[in-house]
Structures are given as C-alpha cells and as structure tokens.
Design a protein around this ligand. Structure first.
Ligand code: SF4
Length: 700
C-alpha cells in the first residue's frame, strides 16, 4: 500500500504536475501527473529525481540566533523587536525583504501585505527580478498590464515557433518535449532559434540565428521594417487596437541588409530566410526567456518582439502571440501578489493612487507604501551603504546568484541585522544570518504556484515536517502579529490566505484589471484541498473565459488599445571596457537548479555535468593555448576571478564564453561566476544583465 498525493514540481516555470507516492516503509517515489494540463504525465530529469533530494542532510531544523539553537518565540520576538525598533528609529525604508520565486503564492502574499500595507515601505523585492522583470515591464508598456496572452497549447498549434534567448530543451524541458512532439507529428511546423549559442534546443531548429549578444533589438526592428516593406502588417488591427505605430517605425532605422547583418551578427541570407518565414506564416508564437530578459536592454527586447506581433495582429488567437517563459516555479504567483518592489498586489499599480487606496481599504491597513521600493540590485546597494539596517532574506541565496556577488556578500556581512529563512542551514547566505529560521520545503509545505501559462496549481504536503521547521507564511504572520498587527495576520492555514488573495483580485474589479480570481474568494479548506489546476482569469460569477487574452482586441491601457513602443537599437548592453576580449554568458544547465541546494543531493543529476566549466570556441582556445579539460581562469571587470574546466565546443561562437550559474565559490572549485558579472541593469525593469559581462580568459 502506498499513499499518493497530487502536487507540483518545485523547479522551473513549466509547472508540471507530480504524483508523489509514499510506501509503508516511508519510501518516496514520483511520477508525472497524467491529468495535469502542463505536462500530461511527462517529467524531465530534475522532476523525476525529486525523490532523491529529500534527505535531511544540511537541513535547518531549529531556529538559531548567532549560530546557537534558540526557541521559536525567542527568535521571532528578536526579529519583530529589531524590525520595529529599526523602523521607529530610521523609518520604514530602513528595512527590506528579499524573497524568492521559490515561495508559494500564500507566502508571497503575506510578505507583501506586511511590507507594503503595515510596515509601509515598498522594500520587498524578489529573485524573480533576475528572472523576468523585463517581461513584466515590456508587458505593462505594451498592454497596460502584466499579461501573458497565450498558453502552452499555442506552441503546438503554431506553424512557426520562434525561440529567442531560450534554451528550452534544458531550462523548460517538458515544454520542449511538447514542442518536439508537435513538430514530429506535423513536420511542416517550423522552429527558429535565436541564440548566440547553438544550444541543445537548436537541435530542433529549422533555422538557428547565432545573434550577437544584445543584437536582438536590431534583429526584431529589422523584422518590423521588413513586415512593413512587404505589406505583411495587419492595418485593420493596427488601426483599431493600437497606438504608436508611426513612432515605432521612426525608431526602426532603415538599414541595408549588410548593416543589419553587422548589427546582429547574423548573415543576410539567414536574416532573409527568417524574415520571409515570419512574414508569410500566420500562426506564429515567439517565446522568449532569460536571453531576452537578462539584459541592459531587456525591456526593449521584449517590446521589439511584441511590436512585430502587434503589427501583424498575431496575438490572442490560437497558435499566435508573444510568450514569456518564466524561469522559476512561482515567479508568476509572486507577480500576482505584488512581490516586486514596483508593483502593488493583484496586478495593481503602486504608482496609481486609486489602486493604493483600494488595496489599503481592502486590507484595512494603517498605511500603504506610496512609492516603489528598491529593486534587487539597488536594495543590496542600500544594504552596502547602510540605508537598509534590517534585512530578511527568504528562500534564496543572493551571495551566489546576484551580480557583483562579492559585493553583495560584503554588504550582507556588514548589515546590522540579517534574518534568513531557508530549508538549508549552510548556504553561502544562511551562514551570514544573525537569525536563521528553518523553513519547510517541497513535500512538507502547502500552497499554490502559477506557471508560465497563468495556470494555478496546488503544491501539497505529503512528508512529515522535520525538526521545528515552519512554513514561510507562518513565520511572516507571526512577525506581523508580534509587530502589533495581530488581527490582520491571524491566518490559520494557507487556504484562508488564498481566499483573501482571491477576494482582493476581484475587489472593485469590473474587468479593468487583468488578474481576477474572484471566483475563489469564498473557497473553504475542503475545496482548497481539492483544487484542480486552473488558468486565470476566473472572475466571480463568470463561467470561466477564453484561455487567451486580447482575442477581442481589448487591452488594459485606459483607451483599450495596445501600445507600440519605439525601441531604437542601442549598444548600451555592451558598454563595458573593451580591453576585456570575451563576453560572458551565464545560465542554467540541464540537471541542476539555482545554487544546487536540492539538485546537488542527487548523484544522478550531478553526474550529467559534474563541475563548473566554460564553453569556449575551439579557435579562441587555440589562440590562448587552451586544450579541452584544461583549467582556465576567467577575470571580470571588478577583479574577481573564477577557475573552471575548459569545454571546447563550436556550439559556442567565437568571442563568447558560457559558464553555468549553479556552483558556489566555497566548494573545491571556484565557479561562483556571478561574482564576475557587474551589476549593470536594464534602466526600466531593473533586471541585471547576466549574459553580457566583459571578461578575460587564460589557461590556469
Ligand atoms: Fe519540473 Fe520544469 Fe522539469 Fe517540469 S520541466 S519536471 S516543472 S523542472
């Protein structure tokens, strides 16, 4: 006999359903949920190895103060007193929360409510800032809302799928499997991959355009000009449902194919093939991921892509539309509750007084943050210069994952009061905590997550909670109560938090806001327990609606029209010292996740690529006397270095290096690569440019 629990994978934004079985001996096994609409039973290597990552080795099991075991009351009182005192002495903006796309929506909701509605600061930001902030900003500019228009099925219905800056085969593997299966069943479907590297995803491609780093804006501007010149735009759609087309066209400088080829690094022949294919194919989906978002021009990249879909009216229809693939399991849920410093809650705008008033009244809050808080990079700058004096980091490891990671480490070390909530007690960040709060992890906690296609699914617990670990929402609610806001944080379970979140989304929402799950505002514990995956919106009283947004040509700007955004191609992304000859691209590998606190426990996953490496083009390697498997030293602008293994491959274009983001610098290797990445950000989204750092390379 075994017990089975339907839950959701905790890794990428595909959001696959998982059935976890526990047998009489307590042994856990997992398989894909055949009824989950994201994966229909499929799992990738990471998801299928989940049962191998559940041991208690390294777990944080008890609260600690300055490294010594403490009781929960003692730890929580200290956190609440210190935050309250800091706020009293230095104001609400002297404290901050840095949270994570690993949190469940209910955790995120309580964190945002406490910071924005009761502490009264906007200083809550998330590692999702590193993941999809440029997509959020691009959506809001174009649509007037942070709306992903389409769904996964569109990839299967399209006749052309364009993948920009997305190694989907490794980073969203089950979605890639769905795309590959659709292409195998319908070989006339075309796939174009636009990526400086010839990744595993390119193996599926009919065309691979090895674009220059940050050459994407020029490429899509060139496409827009081509669509106009060849009469492929949808003038009726543009006229009825958009504004700004003329200005966007003015910014698209008329370039010869030779000039465009120079700007993008792609041959004229390949550009012509891609432009022709896009122009003559009605059903086009353009998916984009971190290669677009993690750039100093990330928001412009998003809008350059969206412009091409608006110009052709290919949005909101089956098999058509721009499609942002989120990296993390719950980056979308975080966006929904206002987990970003520049958003409010339920997709309302912090800069909008009516939205602030609405949220404050709904929460019956004493105060509401009246301005955006500090975005991730700015937040750690404020920690470094002493403006932030109390910092709570939840479920993330910024000492490894933030750009300029050494500086972030020094800032956290010097911060007067640092609280870390985590499952693991020995992460690079947890080691710097004054107070360590043990958090429950996957299999132990309950709540909801939202995947890239706006589908909300349950994560359910099926394991005993080890030691004294507690859910993040509970920790936050306890601090809220201890700071004097007891009636507002008396949540008995995640079900009540979800109900409040749903009610807020529907509160005074007459359809003017995209995010609305008001149909769940009165959900009780039993219905919550049985909740099956659903896509938003689900407004109260509605019988559900189409799974796609914008089918009716109505957008969320006040005039109901979408905006073209002028995106002049700019070299801003590469404005770094040119005496460092290589451009460093960082990213994920197939079998590890973030800083490996979970996947590192699986020998099977670790066997895929066992140590940090740099992909180097063989011609570059030959010039520097580097052989395959040599150790190489990479140095960044700030003097930080990493020593990794050389992996020579012509999948990497000359002049570039790819190094995975997962390893820390405190293991035998020294692969903490984000220490080499300067903290340059997109000025609109605040998202760091993690894929275009200038570095030097030598044999070690
Ligand atoms: Fe988990 Fe993503 Fe793999 Fe699905 S594709 S099993 S969500 S890591």
């Amino acid at each position: 006999m075994s017990t089975e629990t339907r839950t959701t994978c905790p890794y990428c934004g595909v959001g696959c359903g998982v059935i976890a079985s526990v047998d009489d001996a307590g042994k856990v096994s997992v398989r894909g949920d055949p009824d989950h609409p994201a994966n229909f039973g499929r799992l990738c290597s990471k998801g299928s190895a989940l049962a191998e990552t559940l041991d208690l080795d390294g777990r944080a099991l008890y609260p600690e103060i300055q490294g010594e075991r403490a009781g929960w009351d003692q730890a929580l009182d200290l956190v609440a007193e210190t935050f309250s005192r800091t706020i009293a002495e230095h104001g609400p903006d002297s404290v901050a929360f840095y949270v994570s796309g690993q949190l469940l929506t209910e955790d995120y909701y309580v964190a945002n409510k406490l910071m924005k509605g009761f502490i009264g600061s906007g200083n809550i930001d998330t590692n999702s800032r590193l993941c999809m902030a440029s997509s959020v900003a691009g959506h809001r500019r174009a649509f007037g809302s942070d709306t992903v228009p389409g769904c996964y099925e569109d990839l299967e219905l399209a006749d052309l799928v364009v993948l920009v800056g997305s190694n989907m085969a490794w980073c969203h593997p089950v979605l890639y499997q769905r795309l590959a299966a659709a292409k195998a069943a319908r070989p006339t479907m075309k796939v174009v991959v636009i990526d400086p590297r010839r990744t595993a995803t390119s193996d599926l491609a009919d065309l691979h355009l090895s674009v220059r780093p940050d050459g994407d804006v020029a490429l899509f501007n060139g496409l827009l000009a081509h669509l106009v010149e060849t009469g492929k735009t949808d003038e009726a759609f543009v006229g009825a449902h958009t504004t700004g087309f003329a200005d966007a066209l003015l910014a698209v400088s008329r370039q010869t194919m030779a000039e465009l080829s120079e700007a993008t690094g792609v041959s004229g022949m390949l550009l012509r093939q891609f432009f022709w294919l896009f122009g003559q194919t009605e059903k086009v989906v353009t998916c984009y991921s971190q290669g677009v978002n993690q750039s100093a021009v990330g928001t412009d990249k998003v809008n350059a892509i969206v412009n091409c879909h608006l110009a052709t009216g290919r949005i909101g229809q089956p098999g058509m539309g721009p499609f942002s693939l989120t990296g993390q399991p719950n980056a979308m849920g975080g966006r929904e509750v206002g987990g970003l410093a520049n958003m409010l809650a339920a997709h309302m705008a912090i800069e909008n007084p009516a939205d602030r008033d609405r949220v404050q009244r709904f929460w019956n809050a004493p105060v509401i943050s009246n301005k955006a808080g500090l975005k991730a990079v700015d937040m750690f700058d404020a920690v470094a210069d002493g403006r932030i004096k109390a910092l709570w980091i939840m479920s993330t490891n910024p000492v490894v994952s933030m750009p300029d990671a050494d500086r972030v480490k020094a800032a956290i070390k010097a911060c007067p009061f640092v609280v870390v909530s985590d499952m693991q007690k020995n992460t690079d960040t947890a080691r710097l905590a004054h107070v360590l709060l043990p958090a429950t992890g996957w299999g132990e906690k309950s709540g909801t997550v939202t995947n890239s296609e706006r589908r909300i699914s349950r994560q359910r617990s099926f394991l005993e909670v080890p030691g004294e670990a507690r859910p993040d929402w509970w920790q936050l609610a306890e601090i809220g109560k201890r700071m004097g806001f007891a009636p507002h944080f008396s949540f008995p379970s995640p079900a009540e938090i979800f109900a409040e979140h749903a009610a807020l989304s529907g509160f005074e929402n007459d359809g003017a806001r995209d995010f609305d799950i008001g149909a769940y505002a009165d959900i009780d514990a039993e219905r919550y327990e049985g909740l099956t995956p659903f896509q938003w919106p689900q407004a109260a009283g509605s019988a559900g609606r189409d799974t796609r947004f914008f089918a009716d040509g109505r957008f969320y700007h006040p005039d109901g029209k979408a905006r073209f955004v002028a995106t002049p191609a700019s070299p801003r992304g590469l404005a770094q010292p040119s005496d460092l000859p290589f451009i460093l691209n960082t990213g994920r590998i197939r079998d590890h996740w973030h800083t490996m606190t979970r996947t590192g426990k699986s020998a099977r996953l670790s066997a895929h690529l066992a140590e940090p490496f740099a992909e180097i083009n063989p011609q570059d390697a030959a010039k520097l006397g580097i052989d395959d498997a040599d150790l190489v030293e990479i140095a960044g602008t700030a003097g930080a270095t990493a020593i990794v293994r050389a992996l020579l491959t012509d999948r990497q274009a000359q002049g570039g290096l790819f190094v995975p983001m997962h390893w820390t610098g405190e293991t035998a290797s020294r692969g903490r690569i984000d220490a080499l990445v300067p903290s340059m950000v997109d000025p609109i989204s605040g998202q760091p440019a993690l894929k275009s750092a200038r570095v030097s390379l030598r044999r070690f």
